[in-house]
Write a protein that binds this ligand. Structure first.
Ligand code: IMP
Length: 185
């Protein structure tokens, strides 16, 4: 059994990861070390900064993840500011903003960063396209889950089970790539 540390304060992300890694030979240990979230234009820059910051003081193999909701009509807002906007405008504020737009398309993006405990870091991307719902629905998940409906479904992320969400979500898709990488001989 191999151990992989997940540097995050978000238990929802850990639960999703554990569900996805169940069949594999990995134990996931959450470590809420905290790292500064760089004000950058891309999730890749935020994740890379976080990896370099954490690996300066933590030398075991670890992953971290940065995600954001990019709403087309709002020119990609809240994007890299998703966390700040979630705690300020909130879901109600986003729904209110969306009232003035017909186009409700949005993309969730995720970047997993992996440090091998030695010298290399790697990034893995995933995306999930969908629409912003008219109202909050569902009680599972976290964050923007109650207002995001993935393409091909009528339910919000918050109305899906963890494994249903993992099958189509941005983070599930990024994780598929990370898993493929970890399983390479
Ligand atoms: P971070 O990656 O933890 O910085 O996430 C940025 C913001 O997006 C936070 O407010 C999260 O709650 C939200 N977020 C990230 N991933 C998801 C998701 O899968 N569903 C809903 N909200 C998410």
């Amino acid at each position: 059994m191999k151990t992989l540390y997940f540097i995050t304060g978000n238990e929802g992300k850990v639960i999703e990861l554990q569900e996805k890694l169940k069949p594999l030979n990995y134990t996931i240990l959450q470590k809420d070390l905290g790292y500064p979230e760089l004000q950058a234009d891309t999730l890749e820059e935020v994740a890379t900064y976080g990896l370099n910051h954490v690996k300066a003081s933590f030398s075991k193999p670890f992953i971290l993840e940065d995600a954001g909701l990019f709403i087309t009509a709002l020119k990609g807002f809240p994007g890299v500011y998703s966390k700040f906007v979630y705690f300020t405008l909130g879901l109600g504020g986003i729904l209110q903003l969306m009232n003035q737009y017909k186009n409700r398309q949005a993309i969730f993006r995720s970047v997993y960063g992996y440090y091998d405990g030695k010298d290399s870091i790697h990034l893995f991307n995933g995306e999930c396209s969908g629409v912003i719902s008219q109202e909050k629905r569902g009680s599972h998940g976290f964050g923007y889950d109650p207002i995001f409906v993935p393409n091909g479904d009528v339910r919000t992320f918050a109305e899906l089970t963890i494994s249903e969400k993992n099958l189509v979500s941005h983070r599930g898709r990024a994780l598929d790539q990370l898993i493929a990488f970890l399983q390479k001989p």
